[in-house]
Design a protein around this ligand. Structure first.
Ligand code: ATP
Length: 212
């Protein structure tokens, strides 16, 4: 059984994330996709909103989206949130479910900067989402990894495969949403309804009443 694990800062979780998780789930027949909140990311700057808000928004979004599960395993661990540790813990707790780590092409291109990145293929499959507008070339190390591990069809009995999702992704980013909120520009159709209401209620990201 293949299970999707989709890590992110989700600051905030948006329709691009939800669409991506469902697209991967359907295309690869994943039994579910766990959206894992990265509490203290080791390879990027600190999130703009605090962990409690990001977690509440993630829970609200997943509750409204079948097959998606909000996962707090990195919140419950202390120290930096390293993917390799999450995968090792996952395998110990779920020995029969093969984890597929889902990430956007932008994140995939940064893989060599991840903690113990060369070990990742021993613990999971990697599913890459082609993000619109992100045409930058993958670094040599990542190209080499793909030469060895990329497949056109995923074998549901194995780990150590890299697969690129064919379905198109939405052109939405959390950075853009935070900027729009700051400027009072509309964001409603970029977020699940309960997440939009939560941001309004808690005045997150310098939300201005002008935003509709
Ligand atoms: P930010 O703009 O703050 O970097 P983000 O929108 O990229 O945020 P993250 O929480 O950093 O969101 O992303 C989690 C994962 O989701 C990453 O692997 C990222 O590449 C991927 N992702 C984000 N937005 C999309 C999208 N619209 N389509 C597909 N994948 C996405």
């Amino acid at each position: 059984m293949l299970v999707g694990l989709y890590g992110g800062t989700f600051d905030p979780v948006h329709s691009g994330h939800l669409h991506a998780a469902q697209a991967a789930r359907e295309e690869l027949d994943l039994s579910s996709v766990h959206l894992i909140l990265s509490a203290r990311p080791g390879h990027r700057s600190a999130p703009a909103s605090d962990t409690t808000h990001r977690w509440q928004m993630l829970k609200l979004a997943c509750a409204a989206s079948p097959g998606l599960i909000a996962d707090d395993s990195e919140l419950r661990r202390s120290g930096l949130s390293y993917t390799i540790d999450t995968l090792i813990e996952w395998t110990r707790l779920h020995p029969d479910a093969l984890p597929c780590w889902i990430m956007g092409q932008d994140a995939f291109a940064t893989l060599p900067s991840w903690h113990r990145w060369l070990e990742l293929m021993q613990w999971c499959n990697i599913i890459v989402l082609r993000r619109p507008g992100d045409e930058r070339l993958e670094p040599e190390d990542v190209q080499y990894l793909c030469q060895q591990h990329e497949v056109d069809e995923m074998d549901a009995q194995k780990i150590g495969q890299v697969y690129r999702v064919h379905r198109p992704m939405l052109e939405v980013s959390a950075t853009d949403i935070r900027e729009r909120l700051k400027k009072g520009e509309p964001v409603k159709n970029l977020l699940a309804d309960p997440v939009y209401s939560y941001i309004k209620q808690h005045h997150l990201y310098e939300y201005s009443e002008k935003a509709i």
